[in-house]
Ligand binder design. Sequence first.
Ligand SMILES: NC(=O)c1ccc[n+]([C@@H]2O[C@H](COP(=O)([O-])OP(=O)(O)OC[C@H]3O[C@@H](n4cnc5c(N)ncnc54)[C@H](O)[C@@H]3O)[C@@H](O)[C@H]2O)c1
Length: 369
Amino acid sequence: MKRVLITGGAGFIGCNAARFFGERNWRVTVLDTLSRDGSDRNLDWLRDRLAFDFARVDVRERAAVDRVVAETRPDAVLHLAAQVAVTTSVADPRADFSVNALGTFNMLDAVRRFCPDAVFVFASTNKVYGKVAGARAELHGERWTLPDRPHGIGEGEPLDFLSPYGCSKGAADQYVTDFARIYGIPATSFRQSCIYGPRQLGIEDQGWVAWFAIAGVLGRGITLFGDGRQVRDVLHVDDLLRAYEAAILAPDAVAGQAFNVGGGPGNAVSLREVIAMLETRLSRRIPVRVADWRPGDQRAYVSDVEKLRRVLGWAPEIGAADGVSRLVQWVLEDRAAADRAGVAPAHADGGASTAADQAAIGGALPAGA
Ligand SMILES: NC(=O)c1ccc[n+]([C@@H]2O[C@H](COP(=O)([O-])OP(=O)(O)OC[C@H]3O[C@@H](n4cnc5c(N)ncnc54)[C@H](O)[C@@H]3O)[C@@H](O)[C@H]2O)c1
């Protein structure tokens, strides 16, 4: 039986990944501190469905990381554990650096010494492209578009780390691909866009698709900053997991490569379009409050996912309307879990950029994810 080690395996993407690989007969080890609110519940949810090993370990602790990697000697590592809040990264840049940069280094270095053939997939972020200054936005009808990037933002876009969070994830992203070059580890960076799906405790400032769905079901209002025509490409977590699996099955093809992973142009949606999808699914109007644009709010961000299609034959399969409908189904079935949304950190990756973020870094933040 092949073994996968999933750091951050009790988080939103992590618990879905643990279930996905467990159901495909992988032996799963979850490594997590359970520091994210709701992660203990995700672990319980997982325990009801799967036999797996759990290590309550902090990726900053080198000796503990070494021990888990040496004991499990996994065939694949999904490195998802992270400090995900931009605001927190500004308030405490050292903590952010230690989890995201040093924590990733600890994982890579352990893999180098104990299981150098393990495929290492790192959950990077589209925020490595910063403000994407070269991509001009234009309003076309009801949507903001990127006329100079008709296929979206590709991997050739200049890297432009912004905020301590952008720097720590960006540094980790570069270490991952370099460890492939220098030490021959089949390691890859997945620069993820806005991922959504069940067990995501979205809040207004983070995981906005989930926040909208939870707000819609629970009767909370939604605030739109700006005209609501901002466009993001959204990717259902199940599609992301198929991409992780494809990478794990093709180590030579992905080693040393970075990939943009999102819904792509086919799943680029405006905020208003997502609200309309929810209203159709719920057969009722959702109260929306409109507020001013926030400084630095990006009008459009869409990933170009052509490289991932070319190299791995992967493409998103779950359309935005279908995915949003599935998300609503989860909220309806697990209101108790969804109701905890709002107690999570102020901003995590996958957000549409936030007032708190903008204030935190002086309005210079991109709304990438
Ligand atoms: N959700 C998105 O839209 C999105 C977009 C781009 C990138 N990402 C990246 O994907 C990964 C997973 O994101 P998510 O949305 O599932 O986040 P999440 O917050 O739900 O999960 C992260 C998990 O990591 C754990 N963790 C935090 N610090 C740790 C530490 N020091 N040691 C061990 N575990 C620790 C937390 O307890 C949590 O369970 C992150 O690396 C994130 O940066 C997510």
